[in-house]
Design a protein around this ligand. Structure first.
Ligand SMILES: Cc1cc2nc3c(=O)[nH]c(=O)nc-3n(C[C@H](O)[C@H](O)[C@H](O)COP(=O)(O)OP(=O)(O)OC[C@H]3O[C@@H](n4cnc5c(N)ncnc54)[C@H](O)[C@@H]3O)c2cc1C
Ligand code: SF4
Length: 825
């Protein structure tokens, strides 16, 4: 053990230096004098949370790692904003930029990395930044302005997080990447393509296989754009270089320590000077440098033991997993991506946007790539780390731990089975390095019963929140059937920006006057000033639903398809679907469509399953003119992109069909004319079939009508797609007027009660069909009141968005000189 007054000086108050101090005071409280010195002018903060700060999802204060109370309690001296400039190894003294002389017995270097700046012409222009520290975030926020173009060079983890952050702030972001797909070090081409599509849906363009040539000057010393090697020019008012890091070794090199790519250390983190250790991104161990926090936390444990004189295992490199921290875009990757000697097993669920690939070598799991549903990631990671022969498990492995635990496990059972299968040392929270055993011990030992309590005691899920589901499952596992976490699930927090659930937010908004989503966040005490891509669209919808007359719609709170009133396609063009009431069209409409197709050189015309015509491949800049011409022929938006009424599919019914019992087409047209334009929690489809042969497929729609001799059978809560769900019977009525009355009440109940992005099927399963029947069928007064509210709302909603956009298109539709992603590949 060191003498009690040993002076330990740590240079670098980043993630590694700070973690070392935390480990040291926990291991040997009061055993030594600790001084932590950092060049940045801030208290130590969680660098991996810079992306949420950039995106406006967290504040700088919220990501602070050490508070004053901690420093006081443990007698740690912290010196901010002063860089160490020299080390006198003989005198054991460090000199700082501010002229301090700091003596030490043991010195620790934790100087991290420097972001690489490409030596491009124009790299020194104002507006060219890297993404490494809070200063960079401040610069981006000061120089970036909503609506302005930004370019990020580098489609790796950091570049994509920067791009998402800037897009979240309203900038039009293009990511330029050298390789053929984004995150190529972690993802294979297929998952990379899915990721690029998800980014495109957030308005982020990716240009791959692209090399940068020069950064252009606007004539005042500010960046104006990026010129690519092939001559293309991408406009930019802000240019972020996220192209890699280089270990910061200047101080060590000047002091004569042995340095390779990083400061050379042994497995106890000792350098070539016995009085000096080093850890973090500045070191090189066994030929490797580091760029993620997990190995740095392992190093901090080992070094703390070494400094405290308590022998233990040395540092060893363990595989690490990578996650992308972009709200709503889940990516998990660990280990190998494949290769000639590897077997690959893939599972792709295109409808749910989910993909997983396992790489197997010598009957052992050697790598995993997941996109979309990544909940099983830690289990695969653990299986990979165990490196045991897979044997018979191989055939079931791709389906994850729920299946491995027994094919009957579903839903919550599956989640519980997944966490139950993990070893105690499996890392659950990558941000804070918290393992399963730590969480379960805290739940059992401290009597924790809620997610918030687990967060407070263990830090698990307290940062990016992507492991919240697993932490909840662990709560359920430890507390059994009585887990109070279930009560919390009754209305879980919308996202990490707030502790309020959807139902609570709706209840509060109902009592408040009309306002914007941003204002509502302030009133409801949001933790972030501008929310995130999960909560903003939800708030925007709830406000529109609660205050239809005020019409405070915030386009910036909508996803790109709803913002531009068209569906973005995989090549960056758009699809345009005019409404065809009840599936009817005419020669005039068809002629107009044919002319428009010729006039705007539209490559594909497709008849949809919803009985309309889809014009595919429309250039963004042509959208306003296409809409104008469709409007001129009497057609309005089909809202094929909307969380709202899509189509009312009909069969020809009694008008033409010999089996038809009622005028199904006419009823469908009436329903569509009343309900079009309504915004809803999710897409909503209807159908009317003229007899039980059900040619219009009414039994897989959100609201379906089956005409029978004696009237109309009404069914609800169906949907097509990969998880096909047939409808539940709602009621049977005798007249068209009753059909319409119940339909409107059902829609309004759904609009007012369901959570944003919840389709009718899960909504009905959650609240129960009996409740829907009670409100919409049995309770006449409630039904009529719902219908009246719906019709009142519709007086403001039945507005063709294309008409106003065609008249005044705005900057969103200006020509963008960015080639399509696919074309660039
Ligand atoms: C935006 C972003 C997102 C990230 N996301 C993730 C993620 O999701 N998961 C993950 O595992 N990793 C992530 N990382 C990487 C992770 O943050 C780093 O691996 C980690 O911060 C490295 O810790 P470190 O202490 O070695 O270096 P740093 O955290 O960089 O700390 C080094 C500190 O030393 C200071 N310093 C340097 N020289 C001197 C000197 N001479 N005197 C005094 N102080 C000095 C520097 O100013 C700096 O504050 C991310 C990084 C960034 C930038
Ligand atoms: S559902 Fe019945 S009425 Fe409609 S087209 Fe089919 S057979 Fe004819």
């Amino acid at each position: 053990m060191n003498t009690p007054r040993d002076r330990i000086l740590v240079i670098g108050a980043g993630m590694a230096g700070t973690r070392l101090v935390q480990e040291l005071v926990a291991l040997a409280p009061g055993a030594c004098d600790i001084t932590l010195i950092g060049a940045e002018p801030h208290a130590p903060y969680d660098r991996i949370m810079l992306s949420p700060v950039l995106a406006g999802e967290k504040t700088a204060e919220a990501i602070r790692l050490l508070d004053d109370d901690f420093l006081d309690r443990h007698g740690v001296t912290f010196l901010a904003g002063d860089a160490a400039t020299g080390i006198d190894r003989v005198a054991r003294r460090v000199t700082t930029a501010a002229g301090r002389q700091l003596d030490y017995d043991r010195l620790v270097l934790a100087t991290g990395s420097q972001p690489i700046r490409l030596p491009l012409p124009g790299a020194a222009l104002k507006g060219v930044v890297t993404f490494r520290d809070l200063g960079d975030v401040d610069t981006m926020l000061a120089l970036g302005r909503p609506g302005a173009p930004a370019v990020v060079i580098g489609g790796g983890l950091l570049g994509l997080e920067a791009a998402a952050g800037l897009a979240g702030r309203g900038m039009k972001v293009t990511v330029v990447h050298l390789a053929g797909h984004v995150m190529e070090r972690q993802l294979d081409a297929e998952a990379g393509g899915m990721l690029a599509d998800a980014l495109a849906a957030r308005g982020i363009t990716t240009v791959t296989a692209a090399n940068s040539r020069a950064i252009l000057d606007d004539g005042t010393g500010r960046v104006a754009g990026l010129e690519l090697a092939d001559g293309r020019v991408l406009p930019a008012e802000l240019l972020v270089m996220a192209v890699g890091i280089r270990p910061e070794t200047g101080l060590a090199r000047a002091a004569g320590l042995e340095v390779g790519r990083g400061i050379l250390v042994d497995d106890r983190l000792g350098t070539s000077d016995p009085a000096i250790a080093a850890l973090g991104e500045c070191v090189e161990f066994d030929g490797q440098c580091f760029g993620l926090v997990a190995p740095l936390y392992d190093q901090a444990k080992v070094l703390a033991r070494a400094l405290a004189g308590r022998p233990g295992d040395g540092f060893a490199v363990r595989p690490t997993a990578t996650r992308l921290k972009v709200s709503g875009v889940d990516v998990f990757s660990a280990g190998s991506l494949g290769g000639a000697d590897a077997e690959e097993i893939t599972l792709r669920d295109a409808a749910r946007g989910s993909y997983r690939k396992l790489v197997i070598r010598n009957d052992r799991l050697d790598g995993v790539v997941m996109y979309g549903d990544v909940a099983d990631g830690p289990w695969f990671f653990e299986t990979m780390r165990k490196a045991e022969p897979l044997g018979a498990l191989r055939d079931r492995l791709i389906f994850g731990p729920a299946f491995a635990a027994g094919p009957s496990a579903t839903g919550a059972d599956a989640a519980t089975a997944a966490v139950a299968a993990l070893a105690d040392d499996t890392e659950i929270c990558g941000c804070n390095g918290v393992c399963k055993g730590t969480i379960t011990a805290a739940i059992a030992g401290q009597g924790l019963t809620s997610l918030d309590e687990v967060r407070a005691h263990t830090k698990a899920s307290a940062s990016c929140g992507s492991c919240s589901g697993q932490v909840k499952a662990l709560l359920g596992l430890c507390l059994g059937g009585s887990a109070p976490a279930e009560a919390e699930d009754a209305d879980p927090a919308i996202c990490s920006c707030t502790d309020l659930g959807h139902d609570a937010v709706r209840a509060r908004l109902g009592d408040l006057p009309a306002m914007t989503a941003i204002q509502a966040m302030a009133v409801l005490g949001w933790k972030t000033p501008e929310g995130c891509s999960k909560c903003r669209p939800a708030l925007n919808y709830y406000l529109l639903c609660a205050h239809p007359a005020a019409g405070v719609d915030d386009p910036a709170s909508r996803f790109v398809n709803e913002r531009v009133h068209a569906n973005i396609q995989k090549d960056g063009t758009f699809s345009v679907v005019p409404r065809m009431w009840g599936g009817l069209t005419s020669a005039t409409e068809l002629r107009a469509i044919a002319d428009i197709v010729d006039r705007y050189d539209i490559p594909t015309v497709k008849v949809t399953g919803g009985q309309r015509i889809d014009l595919l491949g429309v250039r963004k800049q042509d959208l306003p003119a296409v809409w104008r011409d469709l409007n001129a022929a009497g057609m309005v938006s089909g809202h094929a992109y909307a969380k709202g009424l899509r189509t009312v599919k009909t069969c020809v019914g009694s008008e033409w069909c010999r089996f038809g019992t009622q005028d199904s087409t006419g009823l469908g047209v009436k329903l569509e004319r009343i309900t079009w334009g309504a915004w809803m929690p999710h897409k909503f489809k209807m159908a009317v079939s003229g007899c039980p042969r059900n040619c219009a497929e009414a039994t897989i729609k959100d609201f379906g009508v089956i005409c029978v001799d004696s009237g109309y059978e009404l069914v609800v809560g169906g949907n097509g797609g990969i998880h096909l769900r047939g409808t539940d019977p709602l009621t049977k009525v005798s007249t068209e007027a009753e059909v319409i009355e119940i339909c409107l009440a059902f829609i309004q109940f759904y609009r007012e009660d369901a959570r944003y992005l919840e389709r009718t099927a899960p909504w009905i399963e959650r609240i129960g069909l009996d409740r829907v029947k009670a409100v919409v069928v049995t309770d006449t007064a409630a039904r009529q009141a719902l219908g009246a509210r719906f019709l009142a709302s519709q007086t403001h909603a039945r507005v063709d968005p294309w008409a106003s956009l065609a008249a005044a298109p705005g900057a969103e539709f200006a020509t963008i000189d960015v080639p399509a992603r696919r074309a660039a590949e």
